[in-house]
Design a protein around this ligand. Structure first.
Ligand code: ZN
Ligand code: ZN
Length: 791
């Protein structure tokens, strides 16, 4: 505030507030605030955020500005407030102006938010006019992203446009003192969307109360497809073993863990042993699925999460879900994205019938159109801090901060668990989780979502960023798009993107020692990387060390069949793979061993990999006898699960650091030979397998920590960034962090972005923005070459 203004002086100022300020009750909040402070003026939404003009006594204005930040509504996020002095005009009263659609869009669309306590009270109050109405909401809650076509976020731009509000709803909508003032999806029994029941054949099933009928069917063990906020769920009673098995049989998915929605926190505590951090995560307005420690005897069917000690639980976040649980007989429901394997989630009524008719016994449908597919988000508390495993509903499309200025660009992500990112200025907007980009359905979803977010944020990318892998569908698409649009193209190495993303989240420019540990990423030498120690800056990197290469006999098949990896790893470690003991260890027949040995000898269909994910697969095959996996990373997750109750032992199996000459930029190799010898010795000695799994984790963590120590000795760098899909492994992250800190390193982990491939596009955007910035600076200053080392 300007110091020399007397508090009694009359003053007028104009404010531009940026951030998430539309569709979150910001205008009524400002209206109330201005009224309470006796200020005149106006407020309106525009594409830059909200504009406020206030006029009145300078002292009251000061109070207004303080309260504007301090008392903002729960879903609002203020990024900046620009203040400009204006001429006082003697205006009386405060008014809310109609939305303007002018200029470039830079304001955020809010994410979908869970039903608020006020709405929940009304939902269950038999005296309320919205008693049991499945679509009630207010400015503090309800769908946003999934029903919005474009911004500004106003009713005509949403799928509520076709519902005309009744007089009572309209009155609430128009009343600045009402909780539903300009609540865009406002609706009631009289005027809003409705639900109905449909049989698998597509015919409507007559039911007086479709929700009650749905509950009856669920309790009878039926599979229901229920239309939600971001798509359909397939739903069964989670306490009914036979019903869960039936769902698995119809989906042909036998291993993949299913998420369970429980009625309330008490039920969540009964199903899982929750920490305070996990409870806090469960109750955020995003209501993610939280991966927590399952309780034995918690009442959840075994078939929900076979073979692992964790359960994905979440709480109801939509009125319709609260209604299902309002019946006390309903304790826990499997709620899994309604799709076939890795296809995108179904959103349209007709689409759901066509795709799910063979799976669901009946459908609970509604007529509020879902405009954006959006799966449930998945999160976990890893090493004491929340970590996103899948970033979707409740988070999208909120932007993530970027520490440097990006020209408009599109980063297309990778192959599995695809998420793309649009960047401009200091913000990166990540798409929702799109699933695997390996078929047409996946690519269609990608294009659909890209079109929507480009329109929403009015970003026309000048540069397209893709993974280095020449064979990815996303790479091919990016190059073609760039050709068509005449835009620039930048390829970013997979693990560099991971590390750069983690660096950018902490504003680090580097160099840092990046530990990028994951399953698969294409390396600059054409090999499959994934156990990498990179000396990384934002715009480039050098490979300091890596897990020693081992063959993947059968290529891609070795990912689905970990016994193949075990054979490759043991052979590389010097074991005689033709011996009957090794055959027994990996669970292979003599013939299988013969075929694979030949592949590896000749180097045919046996690509080399430095992937840590594959080392986990191999270890799981040997320790657990896991021959074939049913879902990605299953073997590694089971191995972590096996050790879950083991103390963090320090007696890890040895990893050996060999070779490497930093003066010649020859990377150090981290060899698992001694690790395998120790592991197999323990197996022979009959050591408890949980203990063996724990020692394996400890050995891997210590091996990478030692490589970091070598990197520091060679370069003096003391900061370490952890990234890659292996960072979902709690034990590994904990051991890495503790080991590195004990060595005196400063350790950085992801905060808002997933360390897995869901965060890849953010890192790609970071690298590209850094390269373009440095290029621009270099061409502006002199003819100095770009100091980037790798593209
Ligand atoms: Zn509400
Ligand atoms: Zn109404």
């Amino acid at each position: 505030m300007v110091e020399d203004i007397h508090p009694e002086e009359l003053r007028r100022i104009a404010l531009l507030v940026r951030g998430v300020v539309q569709g979150v009750g910001f205008r009524p909040f400002v209206y109330r605030l201005a009224s309470e402070e006796g200020l005149a003026g106006s407020i309106g939404n525009d594409t830059d955020g909200v504009t406020i003009e206030i006029e009145g006594l300078a002292g009251r204005m000061e109070a207004f500005l303080v309260r504007l930040r301090a008392e903002a509504p729960p879903l609002a996020r203020i990024d900046s407030i620009a203040v400009r002095e204006a001429e006082a005009i003697g205006e009386a009263g405060f008014r809310i102006a109609a939305s303007e659609v002018l200029g470039r869009v830079s304001t955020g669309i809010p994410a979908d938010a869970a039903t608020c306590p006020d709405c929940l009270r009304e939902l269950l109050d038999s005296e309320d006019r919205r008693y049991r109405y499945p679509f009630l909401n207010c400015t503090n809650c309800g769908p946003r992203f999934t029903i919005t076509r474009r911004i500004p976020y106003d009713r005509p731009q949403t799928s509520m446009a076709r519902f005309t509000m009744c007089a009572a709803c309209q009155a609430e909508y128009d009343d600045p003192t009402n909780r539903r003032f300009h609540a865009q999806p406002n609706a009631c029994w009289q005027c809003g969307p409705r639900v109905w029941l449909v049989g698998a054949g597509g015919k409507e099933i007559a039911a007086e109360d479709a929700v009650a009928a749905t509950i009856g069917r669920l309790l009878a063990g039926e599979i229901m497809a229920i239309k939600g906020i971001g798509g359909f769920h397939l739903c069964v009673d989670a306490t009914n073993e036979a019903a869960v098995m039936r769902l698995r049989e119809r989906k042909h998915r036998y291993g993949k863990p299913l998420a369970v929605m429980v009625r309330d926190m008490e039920a969540a505590r009964a199903a899982c042993a929750l920490t305070a951090a996990e409870e806090a995560l469960l109750t955020t307005t995003a209501r993610p699925i939280v991966l927590a420690r399952k309780r034995t005897g918690g009442g959840i069917a075994e078939a929900v999460t076979p073979g692992i000690p964790w359960l994905g639980v979440f709480l109801p976040y939509a009125p319709l879900q609260h209604l299902l649980f309002a019946d006390e007989r309903v304790q826990a429901l499997v709620m899994t994205s309604a799709n076939l394997s890795e296809e995108p989630i179904a959103i349209d009524n007709g689409e759901a019938l066509a795709r799910l008719g063979e799976i669901a016994d009946a459908f609970l449908m509604h007529d509020r159109e879902i405009l954006q597919r959006c799966d449930d988000s998945v999160a976990a508390v890893v090493d004491g801090a929340p970590q996103l495993v899948r970033r979707a509903r409740g988070f999208v499309p909120l932007g993530v901060e970027l520490a440097l200025d990006a020209p408009p660009l599109l980063a297309v992500g990778g192959h599995l668990k695809n998420v793309f990112a649009l960047a401009r200025g200091r913000r990166v907007y990540q798409s929702q989780h799109l699933g695997d980009l390996e078929n047409l359905a996946g690519l269609e979803f990608f294009k659909e979502s890209l079109g929507h977010l480009m329109r929403t944020f009015e970003i026309e990318p000048e540069t397209v960023v893709h993974d280095l892998h020449p064979g990815y569908l996303s790479t091919e698409w990016a190059r073609e798009w760039a050709r068509e649009h005449g835009s620039g193209v930048i390829a970013v190495q997979h693990h560099h993107a991971h590390v750069a993303g983690c660096m950018a989240e902490h504003g680090l420019m580097g160099p840092v020692i990046g530990l990028a540990l994951d399953g698969t990423g294409y390396g600059t030498d054409g090999r499959i990387w994934g156990g990498e120690v990179l000396l990384s800056r934002l715009d480039g990197f050098e490979r300091f060390a890596h897990l020693d290469y081992v063959p993947m006999p059968g290529g891609e098949a070795a990912i689905r069949e970990p016994w193949r990896m075990a054979l490759g790893a043991l052979r590389a470690a010097g074991f005689d793979v033709t011996s009957s003991e090794t055959q027994a260890l990996v669970g292979a027949t003599e013939k299988e061993v013969r075929v694979l040995s030949r592949m590896m000898e000749r180097g045919v269909n046996a690509p080399l990999t430095s992937s840590l994910g594959r080392l986990f697969d191999a270890a799981a095959a040997v320790i657990l006898g896991r021959r074939v996996v049913d879902y990605e990373a299953q073997a590694a997750i089971e191995l972590e699960g096996l050790a879950v109750d083991e103390p963090d032992c320090d007696a890890g199996y040895q990893m050996e650091l060999t070779g490497g000459d930093w003066a010649r930029r020859e990377p150090l190799r981290i060899c698992a030979g001694p690790l395998w010898r120790g592991l197999i010795e323990d197996l022979r000695a009959g050591v408890d397998k949980a203990r063996i799994a724990a020692r394996f984790h400890a050995g891997v963590a210590a091996g990478f920590a030692q490589a970091a120590v070598r990197a520091r000795a060679a370069t003096g760098v003391t900061q370490v960034a952890l990234s890659g899909g292996c960072m979902h492994n709690r034990r590994l992250v904990r051991l890495l962090r503790m080991g590195l800190e004990a060595e005196g390193f400063e350790v950085f982990q992801h905060v808002h972005v997933s360390p897995g491939d869901g965060g890849l596009s953010y890192g790609q955007a970071v690298v590209a923005a850094a390269m373009l910035t440095i290029r621009a600076e270099a061409s502006g200053r002199s003819r100095k070459p770009t100091p980037s080392m790798h593209r």
